[in-house]
Design a protein around this ligand. Structure first.
Ligand SMILES: Cc1cc2nc3c(=O)[nH]c(=O)nc-3n(C[C@H](O)[C@H](O)[C@H](O)COP(=O)(O)O)c2cc1C
Length: 198
């Protein structure tokens, strides 16, 4: 029986010269090695993400919500995922605008699915961004995972594509263990009973 869960790793930074893909590549390799997941990556830098939203609400439009063609691969990946990891930097004590747009263009795609966070930045390691994401994703009926990975001062604490902290791999495993547990529990629950909310 296939017991792997479909994990979508979302790269939230689209900035020119961004560090995000370094963090995402390192984490994705750990997720692939973990064993509980088949892993896909959605890099928002390759997604059409207008800031102007349609007049109609995604809550009521359902599949008819008029998304741009360049968003379709992201929408399909969000739909088939059983779990998410968002890789985010911290911009002005929050998360990047592209990530907010990606969230706002979707609706039911997050419902009753677990989301974990890998963040990086200055002194706080992106934790302010994660606090905001937890708040927003709870509104969308996602389940946020307690154990995250936060990389403070990434500019001195990473070398050759890896964090210098020798415990980073263990923290990644703890996050992935919790994410797999929730992915299994929520997948079973979604299949058994329609989620009573939207
Ligand atoms: C607009 C902007 C605001 C930023 N604000 C913060 C901040 O509040 N806290 C922080 O730790 N780093 C902040 N930074 C520094 C980022 O953590 C750093 O630039 C990081 O490389 C951003 O990730 P990226 O390279 O993947 O875009 C900011 C960077 C930008 C571009």
């Amino acid at each position: 029986m296939d017991i792997t869960h479909r994990l979508l790793v979302i790269v939230g930074s689209v900035r020119e010269g961004r560090f995000g893909p370094t963090v995402a590549d390192w984490f994705t390799a750990r997720a692939e090695a973990h064993g509980a997941f088949t892993v896909e990556v959605a890099d928002l830098a390759g997604v059409t993400l207008p800031l102007e939203l349609p007049a109609v609400s995604p809550k009521y439009a359902g599949d008819a919500y008029p998304r741009p063609a360049g968003m379709a691969p992201l929408t399909a990946a969000l739909e088939r995922a059983d779990a998410f990891v968002i890789v985010t930097p911290e911009y002005n004590h929050s998360y990047p605008a592209a990530l907010k747009a990606a969230i706002d263009w979707h609706f039911t795609h997050w419902t009753a699915k677990p989301v974990a966070f890998v963040s990086y930045g200055g002194a706080a390691g992106g934790r302010h961004a994660v606090l905001h994401l937890e708040n927003v994703l709870t509104e969308l009926h996602a389940v946020t995972i307690r154990d995250g990975l936060a990389f403070p001062a990434y500019y001195t604490n990473w070398r050759d594509g890896s964090p210098l902290d020798p415990q980073a791999g263990e923290y990644a495993t703890a996050l992935l263990d919790q994410l797999a547990w929730w992915a299994a529990a929520l997948r079973t629950a979604r299949a058994a009973t329609p989620y009573p909310g939207s």
